[in-house]
Design a protein around this ligand. Structure first.
Ligand SMILES: [Zn+2]
Length: 325
């Protein structure tokens, strides 16, 4: 079905006006007073209508072939259900992600697993750029490739890592996206792809790091209803969630107890136990922010949270309404 931003916004406004009990603004039907932080770049709302036609697009740019899945998977299910096109990216090849298979072997396995993950999440593609895992730098080469891919896909929104994160590849990925942010619209830079007149809104994916400061909850999603499908998406990456990561964490015994994983409830409980901690932590640490933003609305058990980057386009209220639904 062909959808566009205007249709989204109109439907959302109509639902609110009708006092819909399950509309975009919850039980009251009244838009809450949102307090989104204003980013440094001025908004370009006059160009809003000049965007390319078609459904809104999101590009989730992670360092490894499971970062987008783990961190943004439930948001993705929610957006895809609403008609968004979502593309996942892994800047590296994930070739360090195993304790037995060789780097070349595991890179191949992971590529195949991301194809299955793409099918389960309903993605518009899962791209692997192929830089060496655990060796990524925000070089000019990486910046240009990331920028070219962004220009070609023309996303409305980008989700990526913050630069204070435990893994050097995550930091390098976030840095490359930030470095590309302004340059996306500079015509003489990276001339192999058409410059963007309307740059995307960039949002940082959730992490739990506190130095030099923790993530700000500018955009919060209640993802309780999407957790089973999120688990199903993670389940596609067998080498990671049932092999390498349990070995790394010392939980292989629990994986053995799952057997052939045909008990979906048990499988999902396992995946939630080890991989939903960030979503549970967000629901707890941002509960007050949620109540303030959405008075009277139940605080979710699982939350996926994002901070608006000052290096992307400053989102208009229309952008935020579009994203939040
Ligand atoms: Zn990673």
């Amino acid at each position: 079905m062909e959808i566009n931003r205007r249709a989204f916004l109109t439907a959302s406004a109509l639902a609110a006006a009708a006092g819909a009990t399950k509309g975009a603004f919850g039980a009251t039907g009244t838009p809450p007073a949102r307090r989104h932080r204003v980013a440094a770049c001025p908004p370009r709302s006059s160009e809003y209508e000049a965007r390319r036609p078609g459904p809104p697009r999101v590009m989730v740019i992670g360092a490894h072939p499971d970062d987008a899945d783990i961190i943004c998977g439930a948001t993705t299910v929610r957006l895809v259900e609403r008609g968004f096109k979502v593309k996942f990216v892994s800047v590296t090849d994930g070739s360090m992600g195993h304790h037995i298979l060789s780097p070349a072997e595991i890179a191949k396995v992971r590529r195949a697993e991301t194809e299955e993950a793409a099918r389960r999440f309903g993605l518009d593609g899962y791209d692997i750029y192929g830089y060496p895992d655990c060796g990524l730098y925000p070089s000019d080469d990486v910046r240009r490739l990331v920028a070219r891919k962004i220009r070609e896909y023309e996303p409305d929104f980008i989700f990526t890592h913050r630069t204070n994160d435990y893994h050097a590849d995550h930091r390098a990925t976030g840095q490359a996206v930030m470095d590309a942010g302004y340059l996306l619209g500079v015509p003489h830079w990276c001339e192999e792809a058409k410059p963007m007149r309307l740059r995307p809104v960039v949002l940082y994916m959730c992490d739990l790091f506190t130095y030099p400061r923790e993530l700000k909850p500018d955009v919060m999603f209640d993802v309780d209803a999407y957790m089973d499908r999120w688990c199903d998406g993670l389940d596609a990456q067998v080498s990671q969630f049932y092999d390498w990561l349990p070995w790394d964490k010392g939980t292989t015994g629990e994986v053995k107890a799952l057997g052939d994983r045909s008990d979906i409830e048990k499988r999902n409980a396992y995946l939630r136990k080890y991989w939903a901690f960030r979503k549970v932590a967000d629901a707890e640490r941002f509960a007050d922010a949620w109540r303030e933003r959405y008075p009277g609305r139940r605080v979710p058990k699982y939350m996926e949270t994002y901070e608006i980057s000052e290096y992307g386009r400053a989102p208009t209220q229309e952008d935020l309404d579009l994203l939040l639904g």
